[in-house]
Ligand binder design. Structure first.
Ligand SMILES: [Zn+2]
Ligand SMILES: [Zn+2]
Length: 132
């Protein structure tokens, strides 16, 4: 699938067989995601979010607790630390916090710059609702 934000190829998240019939695709360049299937949408494209609202804190065994990393993609923090079984926590990742990882902060800024201004509007990405 092509990323509607930057035009690059997206990759599909591995899904567990127990999960509902929903595919999640992510762009490794601008980190936009697109969900296909699900209860309410045929295709859901979450709108742009500013850096301080966009990321979740990564949790994994072996990840030091004194530094807060942002969960980037599958098994990996935004700054590139890979740890099997890593998952996003329910807490948002706040780049302005003192314990936020500097490399994650930098990566988040770079990714933010990859979104064209026109795609940062609330209605810039088009979702297709499921017809009930
Ligand atoms: Zn993209
Ligand atoms: Zn980090």
């Amino acid at each position: 699938m092509e990323c509607d934000v930057c035009g690059r190829a997206m990759w599909r998240w591995p899904t567990l067989p127990t999960e509902r019939d929903e595919e999640i695709w992510s762009c490794s360049w601008c980190h936009a995601s697109t969900h296909v299937g699900g209860d309410w949408f045929e295709v859901a494209r979450p709108p742009y979010l500013p850096v301080e609202m966009r990321w979740e804190t990564a949790v994994a065994d072996g990840l030091p607790l004194d530094v807060s990393h942002a969960f980037g993609i599958f098994d990996r923090t935004l700054c590139g630390i890979q740890q099997v079984g890593m998952s996003p926590s329910e807490y948002g990742w706040l780049p302005q916090r003192g314990n936020a990882c500097g490399a994650c902060r930098e990566a988040a800024g770079v990714i933010d710059d990859r979104w064209p201004q026109a795609m940062k509007g609330e209605d810039a990405r088009v979702s297709v609702a499921r017809r009930l």
